[in-house]
Design a protein around this ligand. Structure first.
Ligand code: SAM
Length: 472
């Protein structure tokens, strides 16, 4: 097997030998100041870095250079994503699963976890609960089970979710995180109007992947790794990749992740829309220390900073697997989307207390959405509930063009402010409302075009008077 970024074969575009050589090259050059400086100079052009270059930055041990990496990541985030943070929530549909993943409590052999699959009535109730918090964007999650959770069930759920309009609420974007599937099924998901198709690689190391997925359809590394190519063939422009950090060596995973992004860009002309950086967590019968590849919070943050520099136009997602403290640190370094007030159990949003019996993993940040919104604004961010891009046809390379053109500030910034105003008007506590109105007043001035500022002012009044869903 030879490394070939354009190959459609998993083991050629995610090539073990190339990854190992990359990790060794990075180790050998981690103190090579001249090389590190030249990579940082290249990174400042904001056109990204190769997996080898980025791996050297990840490996470098010099504290001053590391600070330069963090500063540059922060600056690139500001340039492309401003101070907006998009909010979403996961919605667990079913924990029936035929796979044997060693890190996930939904694995088939787990006989004591309560198995549950939402009916369409229950999906509707969950959606109403999520709308009543203020959510506009969901990521649906499900175990893999062709009998209990066939694609028709997932499509029914998507239809139900989009159809519920409770008070002023609406779910305007449904991202989908389900197991690798066929081109035909991806086409069905595309036609159902999904946002991003998300699939975590879990680990790029084939050998370890096969050990960690001993049974079930997910055992097939090639089928799993080639899923994003099939998704794109099925018409899905926006795909989200990710690694479950902690399963294998982080330097190996980091190189594999970037090689995957390079492959999608080389073959389809557009890289992943988002990269997620989950870390393996304690769950029902799962002990994360068993995997022996846990990484420190500092290294975790460095990975995020290096991803930000290597793929400046790709969104980055951090979930409630992380504590508020880690989220605060990592958001600054390049994260563009976070989940808030998440429940990782099937049917969890309609329960008064967070249920644990069907949870996929322990949540480390259990604040309410109002608290998360307030916290973000206090830290200088604009919480955004915007879903405009894909609804305006700005997917795939069209989104990337918007990002590259610098016009994002005339588009995403006003959309963030208008959707924040909707949240403040419909769902926020008094304190959050007060703070939010100050933030909006201050941030309107950061919209470059005065004509757009004027339109936003008019629309903010209309929102208070009951109109909804304005967007650029
Ligand atoms: N069943 C689908 C699949 O196999 O891709 C959907 C994904 S599952 C509902 C969502 C993700 O949760 C998985 O891809 C995995 O990375 C993550 N996950 C599983 N167990 C976890 C754990 N113990 N801690 C943290 N994340 C976990």
């Amino acid at each position: 097997m030879k490394y070939d970024v354009r190959s459609m074969k998993a083991e050629e575009f995610i090539n073990d030998e190339e990854i190992r050589e990359t990790v060794k090259y990075a180790e050998d050059h981690k103190d090579d100041t001249e090389l590190i400086d030249s990579i940082l100079e290249k990174a400042k052009e904001r056109k990204g870095l190769s997996h080898r270059e980025a791996s050297v930055l990840l490996a470098c041990t010099d504290k001053d250079k590391a600070d330069e990496i963090y500063d540059l990541a922060e600056q690139i985030k500001k340039d492309f994503y401003g101070n907006r943070i998009v909010l979403f929530a996961p919605l667990y549909l079913s924990n029936y699963c035929v796979n044997g993943c060693l890190y996930c409590p939904y694995h088939l052999k787990n006989k004591h976890i309560v198995r549950k699959k939402l009916t369409q009535e229950e999906v509707a109730k969950e959606v109403i609960a999520l709308q009543d918090m203020g959510h506009k964007r969901l990521a649906i999650e499900s175990g893999e089970d062709p009998v209990n959770n066939p694609i028709e069930y997932i499509l029914d759920c998507i239809n139900t979710i989009y159809s519920i309009k409770h008070k002023n609420g609406a779910i305007r974007r449904v991202n989908v995180n389900i197991a690798a599937t066929t081109v035909e099924n991806y086409r069905k998901l595309h036609d159902a109007g999904i946002g991003t198709y998300i699939l975590f690689q879990e680990t790029y190391n084939k050998k370890n992947y096969e050990i960690l997925h001993p049974t079930g359809p997910k055992h097939d590394y090639d089928y799993h790794t080639e899923a994003m190519d099939r998704a794109m063939e099925g018409g899905i422009d926006d795909v989200g990749v990710g690694v479950l950090f902690g399963l294998d060596n982080y330097a190996y995973e980091f190189a594999g992740l970037l090689m995957h992004a390079e492959h999608l860009e080389a073959v389809h002309g557009v890289g992943p829309h988002t990269i997620s950086v989950p870390r393996v967590k304690h769950a029902d019968d799962i002990d994360p220390s068993k995997f022996d590849n846990s990484l420190s919070d500092d290294m975790f943050c460095k990975i995020a900073a290096c991803i930000r520099i290597a793929v400046p136009y790709t969104g980055m997602i951090i979930s409630t697997r992380e504590t508020a403290a880690v989220r605060e640190k990592i958001i600054r370094l390049g994260v563009s989307q976070i989940s808030g007030a998440s429940r990782t159990s099937v049917g969890g949003y309609t329960e008064a207390e967070r249920p644990h019996d069907t949870e996929q993993f322990d949540v480390s940040d259990d604040r309410t959405l109002d608290e998360v919104v307030n916290w973000l604004m206090t830290a200088g961010y604009i919480p955004s509930f915007c879903t405009a891009c894909y609804r305006e046809g700005r997917t795939g390379d069209r989104f990337m063009s918007l990002c590259k053109s610098g016009q994002i500030q005339n588009c995403c910034h006003p959309n963030a402010l208008m959707t924040l105003k909707e949240f403040l008007t419909d769902y926020a506590s008094e304190g959050t409302k007060r703070l939010g109105d100050e933030v909006i007043e201050r941030e309107i001035h950061n919209i470059p075009k005065e004509s757009v500022q004027q339109i936003v002012r008019e629309r903010l009044v209309k929102i208070v008077n009951g109109e909804r869903d304005f967007r650029f």
